[in-house]
Design a protein around this ligand. Structure first.
Ligand SMILES: NC(=O)c1ccc[n+]([C@@H]2O[C@H](COP(=O)([O-])OP(=O)(O)OC[C@H]3O[C@@H](n4cnc5c(N)ncnc54)[C@H](O)[C@@H]3O)[C@@H](O)[C@H]2O)c1
Length: 383
């Protein structure tokens, strides 16, 4: 069997996403499963080149996984001929300039979302990469979650009939960092460092809504900074200048109304950290990260409003579980495999920089809607 090695810079590998999801759960997991097999039987074998700012952390991380290829010098890594892909999981603010360097170096590029901090920059990156003939990709991991795959299956199978609305509930309590350490990095809560839940989550909601339901035509959004002060990784109190909650309504093709709450200031009384309820004329579904439950119109109960009586029905028990019917691998890994096939074998891959720019655009327009207190239409972005 022929093995096709491919050098991949993993920049920001010491971060939460860079390490856990991209290095360990994707690239190393791909190696553990024998590489990515292409149609002609050749296997693509990722060779990660770990890039970061802190030598000690990089060395320790590399040794933990028996890796030897690491550097704090991005320029020299980009100059290497055996490196064909640049991957970016740095803090968002560092992304644009690093990607520009990768474009200049002629590398194919895969990146965490959001692609850039604003739409103009994201679109410019998409155009520059296109002009250089590079193959690009942006992480859209939620599409590969078992719960959303099952939801997609229901949509494709016509389960809902006409879809009316989508209700998304996302978030959990992120500790302030005083008496218990915060479970997310402090830059997320500082606008000046590229933080904010709208720019973090709307790129996700954009691809989820468009891939499953239809184009997003308009957004109305209210944002808040519910927790104004937090404590960082070094125990210093800082002003939380970024939004930590966004309450949005999205108007989609076909008259579908999607409402999504995103919040780091909410306690979970749900089955999963994100859930989408979809109501259609023929049936409804509630999809989370892993599970998906349905209720068909034929078995829909007929509740009658009477606050004088205790609830007589166990509403949750009236839903049926959608079976897996297939094996679901880690979503980040599945998308990496598709991207590697795209780069090496030219297989189609639609989650490119332009798709990423559309996600950035929705975040930007959501923030504008909140700032100006009005509904904002979403214009088409073109290459
Ligand atoms: N796809 C998803 O579900 C998902 C989830 C969380 C975060 N993300 C994205 O991944 C990226 C990284 O987020 P994270 O949560 O892993 O963050 P993190 O703070 O854990 O990691 C950030 C990485 O960037 C590096 N870095 C480079 N320059 C830096 C600088 N000047 N200041 C601080 N750090 C710098 C850090 O060393 C670290 O390796 C963000 O763009 C974020 O939007 C995506």
């Amino acid at each position: 069997m022929t093995r096709r090695s491919i050098g991949i810079i993993v920049n920001g590998v010491t971060g939460r996403m860079g390490y856990r999801q991209h290095l360990v759960r994707s690239l190393l997991a791909i190696r553990e499963s024998g590489g990515v097999t292409m149609a002609d039987g050749t296997t693509i074998w990722p060779e990660p080149v770990l890039v970061g700012r802190n030598e000690t952390k990089l060395r320790e991380l590399a040794e933990r996984h028996g890796l030897t290829d690491w550097t704090t010098d991005l320029t020299s890594a980009l100059a290497r001929e055996d490196v064909e892909i640049y991957f970016d999981a740095q803090v968002t603010q560092q992304r644009e300039k690093a990607i520009r360097r990768a474009i200049e170096a002629g590398k194919h590029i895969y990146t965490e979302k959001p692609l850039a901090e604003d739409t103009a920059a994201a679109l410019d990156l998409a155009r520059a990469a296109d002009a250089a003939g590079l193959r690009t990709g942006v992480v859209q991991d939620k599409l590969f979650l078992p719960g959303l795959r099952k939801l997609k299956r229901l949509i494709d199978g016509g389960f809902f009939g006409r879809i009316l609305s989508v209700r998304g509930e996302f978030g959990y309590w992120v500790f302030e960092g005083d008496w218990q350490p915060a479970q997310r990095p402090s830059w997320n809560y500082r606008a000046e460092d590229g933080g904010g839940i709208t720019s973090d989550m709307f790129p996700h909601w954009h691809y989820v809504l468009e891939e499953l339901f239809g184009r997003v035509n308009a957004v109305s959004c209210v944002t808040a900074t519910h927790v104004p002060e937090r404590v960082d990784e070094d125990g210093r109190t800082y002003a939380a200048t970024a939004d930590d909650a966004a309450y949005a309504v999205f108007e989609l093709d076909g008259g579908i109304i999607a409402q999504i709450n995103s919040s780091w200031g909410v306690r979970v009384y749900r089955d999963e950290l994100v859930e989408f309820q979809v109501d259609g004329v023929e049936g409804s579904a509630v999809a989370g990260l892993r599970t998906c439950r349905v209720q068909h119109r034929a078995v829909t109960p007929k509740p009658v409003w009477n606050p004088d009586l205790p609830a007589t029905e166990d509403f949750r028990a009236q839903w049926a579980e959608v079976p897996d019917n297939e094996e679901f691998d880690n979503g980040f890994k599945v998308q990496w495999e598709a991207y590697l096939r795209h780069v090496v074998a030219g297989e189609p891959f639609r989650w490119d920089f332009l798709a990423g720019a559309r996600g950035v655009q929705l975040a930007e327009l959501g923030l504008r809607s909140a700032r100006e207190g009005r509904r904002v239409e979403v214009p088409e972005l073109r290459r």
